[in-house]
Design a protein around this ligand. Sequence first.
Ligand code: NDP
Length: 479
Amino acid sequence: GTAQIGVTGLAVMGRNLARNLARNGYATAVHNRTAARTRALVEEFGDEGTFVPSESAEDFVASLERPRRIIVMVKAGDPTDAVIREFAPLLEPGDIIVDAGNAHFADTRRREKELRERGIHFVGTGVSGGEEGALHGPSIMPGGSAESYRALAPMLEAIAAKADDGSPCVAHIGPDGAGHFVKMVHNGIEYADMQLIAESYDLLRHACDLPPERIAEVFRGWNQGRLDSYLIEITAQVLAHTDAETGKPFVDVVLDQAEQKGTGRWTVQTALDLGVPVSGIAEAVFARSVSGHADLREAARGLPGPTPTLLDSAAYDRFADDVEQALYASKIVAYAQGFHQIAAGSAEYGWDVDQGRVAAIWRAGCIIRAAFLDRIRAAFDARGDLPTLLIDEHFSEALQGAQSAWRRVVSTAAELGIPTPGFAAALAYYDSLRAQRLPAALIQGQRDYFGAHTYRRADRPGTFHTLWATESREEVTPS
Ligand code: NDP
């Protein structure tokens, strides 16, 4: 074989990854279950580089130089297993299968183990950036063995997005499912970020009677500062867009029910299993869920709320500044929670993930790319075992500067009856972590009262139970 790398699965994502590889000078073998896609790729884009098309799995494998490098870009789930079943018998020890689809990390761990026993490297790889990213440079999060990463690194570095300092947005995340785990958390953070931005819009929309295109200007202004990010940029564009058919603002004609493909849900499910409080991400998933319950919303629409009050323009400018601060502070919390989950996953599965490198490869190519990620990279580079981003010097100062505005925004939202589950959850998390005492002590008392679940004391070691049903309420130490 002569092709240096192959791609099987040539729908939008696979086709664009193959083109990206070919444009970077790699002879790229291409294959798809339905051969028409393979032919269409070569017909339309054949002049972009060297493509080696095959219609059968056998020919595809034979067209590759060894060790073979095969990127699988098919629909996640059963199709991935089907493709592995088809290709694995044709491969030899040392060959590498890269699964670049959106697999659940637990599936990736299972597949990696099965293939490792047959001497085949399986590299579950997170890819973010959508179809444009796949073509022009995504953020790439490979798991799998260090050995397989060495064989892939030059190609992945060539096709990856480049951060402002020129470094490619790809790094070996860790063994087996580490790459897909980190991609999953990336998507969870993406949900939280989008929800916080949406709440900001909702507040600005209802606090004053301004059209969406004026709010787009506010977002464009924010994008010049510390909130500079892809999601803020596209938010401004969406808000400024007018529906061609009705001439109304686009956001006013779209059905207000947010859909989801499931990676946010996986993040929260996994966080619950690991015992990591990702409340901001969870609220974002729940907010989409609430929006989708049309019948429930219809039934409850008549419930009483406060009388709406509008701000005058001077007050509006101050409020918009407050919202910017609340958004920045809440965003810090969302990322802190996501990175906590990465640290917890890394500890649970023995991945040894370098959080600074994760932040570094999210700086470009992916959906959550933002100037802010360079700050996160710096925070973890300065202290690899940072318990939470919130206590990093830069972020704790930012939170200190933002907290009054943040509190005003959450209380104003409550007074106006505007739902801000993301802002409120983020603030509650911040206040919980910094609290001297939490009412968890009372909960321990309740648990001990009804279930004899015991408690520990703050003043001395041991496990205790109070005999609540007795007159004396004596404290005992259960054996
Ligand atoms: P789809 O998820 O729509 O999958 C279509 C591809 O899967 C086609 O090539 C199809 O082949 C192939 N396929 C489906 N079932 C089988 C099967 N049983 N055996 C062999 N091939 C099969 O394609 P996308 O390009 O949208 O996404 C590819 C992957 O990338 C997915 O895992 C998706 O989750 C992920 N993705 C990632 C994004 C990102 O931003 N990172 C964005 C979008 C997707 P055929 O033509 O024969 O039907």
